[in-house]
Design a protein around this ligand. Structure first.
Ligand SMILES: O=C(O)C1=C[C@@H](OP(=O)(O)O)[C@@H](O)[C@H](O)C1
Ligand SMILES: C=C(OP(=O)(O)O)C(=O)O
Length: 443
């Protein structure tokens, strides 16, 4: 695999180890996936929206900039709440020309081009070096199928320019979304604004991250869009108005993964308040996964609490639906007493980095016994030692390194700052969780 992307300006972050049980409550900021869907819908709406407790991180600030450059007004300085100011969003006529920096955000690079097709003018897209290798072809081809010109120099990837004409006819499209659920979400989010709406049919291997598609469908229904998802792999979006939103963003449950893993490794317990009783977030799969690995998991009015039972088992799990949890689960599996097989996650090769290769490389460099398969990882128990854990500019690789560092002395994480993609406060929350451990165990 390619050389890790390193942040030479910053020394690797010495990951703190933990020697005794912890007992902490960790309040997490809003969900990236929900914040960015709400921003897109607010830009497509015909009335203002209010987002309460939105996530402010690199991915969501890039989305905010993207919709602003297409004509949306976003006021960041109104009414304060527990997680800072609300976002008041007033949609405007979608317009170009504009240049959009997608960073390394899958949601920005996939969700914004269909909106750009509705704008009048040329909209140029580019992003981080690694963004240029993430799969984009199905979105570019879908826009062409809708009659929109996209200049990509034949590459099927970033950078490219969408030549918006101010309207999209819509109709029926077939796409292969086996590499990312975001291709489906992207087209559905804009579909009601197409003159004929959109009938989207997926053809190809299974669509990954199914909860994220459900999240898109439910968010669309929340703003009054009529969408039929009754037939597997087919979605029909009726043309029509997109209403405004006034919504509290749920905490980011995928970002809870390393903190809950810390409870399992350290002994003791971690509570994440505000964990919804019902959610479309893939992070909710943590409840089942951590239970399978031997933790005691309970959801009540205080939130989700994960308690260590002193055992940590490996697991055989299909993670296709919740692939973004893989780095944390793999880190736990590398420290478990029995082997693990993580399956159904070939699409992780198109994430922030090739996560299967990156996890195998980094865990093995610390003495692990990890083998890549075509669609996953086999992780066998091994005694790990210290060293530098490279992040490959991937926020979830960085937090996986922090998880390993809890139990393995001498681990440092290269480019911990990359956690800013979805959780700029990661190191502060992590250190606070570990110092809270001195207190008495909460019952
Ligand atoms: O729509 C979304 O918000 C997301 C969908 C998933 O993408 P893939 O289907 O590409 O895995 C997920 O992994 C990503 O973190 C967020
Ligand atoms: C895959 C992820 O992000 P993105 O939205 O950039 O695809 C992720 O956050 O794990």
């Amino acid at each position: 695999m390619s050389t890790p992307v390193s942040d030479e300006a910053t020394a690797p972050w010495p990951a703190p180890t933990v020697n005794g049980p912890i007992s902490a409550t960790v309040s997490l900021p809003g969900s990236k996936s929900l914040t960015n869907r709400y921003l897109v819908l607010a830009a497509l709406a015909d009335e203002p929206s209010r987002l309460r407790a939105p996530l402010r991180s690199r991915d969501t600030l890039l989305m905010a900039s993207a919709v602003r450059s297409l004509g949306t007004v976003l006021d960041d300085a109104t009414a304060t709440g527990a997680f800072g100011a609300d976002w008041l969003i007033t949609p405007g006529e979608l317009r170009g020309p504009a240049s959009i920096d997608v960073g390394l955000a899958g949601t920005v690079m996939r969700f914004v081009p269909p909106i750009a097709a509705l704008a009048n003018g040329d909209i140029a897209f580019d992003g981080d070096p690694h963004a240029r290798v993430r799969p984009m072809g199905p979105i570019i081809e879908a826009l062409r199928g809708l009659g929109i010109t996209v200049d990509d120099n034949g590459g099927g990837r970033l950078p490219f320019t969408v030549r918006g004409t101010g309207s999209v006819r819509g109709g029926t499209l077939e796409i292969d979304a086996s590499a990312s659920s975001q291709f489906v979400s992207a087209l559905l989010l804009a579909g009601a604004r197409f003159e004929e709406g959109l009938t989207l049919r997926h053809v190809g291997g299974q669509v990954p991250s199914e909860p994220h598609v459900t999240m898109t469908v439910e968010a669309l229904r929340d703003v009054g869009v009529v969408i039929d998802d009754s037939e597997p792999d087919v979605w029909r979006v009726e043309p029509g108005r997109v209403g405004g939103l006034d919504v509290m963003v749920e905490p980011d449950l995928s970002n809870a993964a390393p903190f809950l893993a810390a409870a399992v490794l350290a002994g003791g317990q971690v509570t994440v308040p505000g964990w919804p009783q019902y959610t479309t977030q893939a992070g909710d799969h943590l409840r089942d996964l951590l239970d399978q690995m031997g933790a005691d998991v309970s959801l009540d009015r205080d939130g989700l609490t994960v308690r260590s039972t002193g055992e940590l088992y490996g697991l055989d799990a299909d993670l296709r639906a919740a692939g973004e949890l893989t780095p944390t689960i793999a880190a736990l599996a590398a420290l478990a007493e029995t082997p693990s097989h993580l399956r159904g996650i070939a699409h992780l090769r198109g994430h922030e980095t090739d996560r299967l290769a990156a996890l195998a490389t980094e865990l093995n460099q610390l003495g692990g016994n990890v083998t890549e398969t075509e669609d996953g990882l086999i992780i066998k128990p091994a005694k790990l030692h210290g060293g530098v854990f490279h992040s490959y500019a991937d926020h979830r690789m960085a937090t996986a390194g922090a998880v390993i560092g809890l139990k393995v002395a001498g681990v440092s994480v290269e480019n911990i700052g990359t956690t800013a993609k979805t959780l700029p406060e990661f190191t502060q929350l992590w250190e606070r969780m570990l110092t809270a451990s001195d207190g008495p165990e909460r019952r």
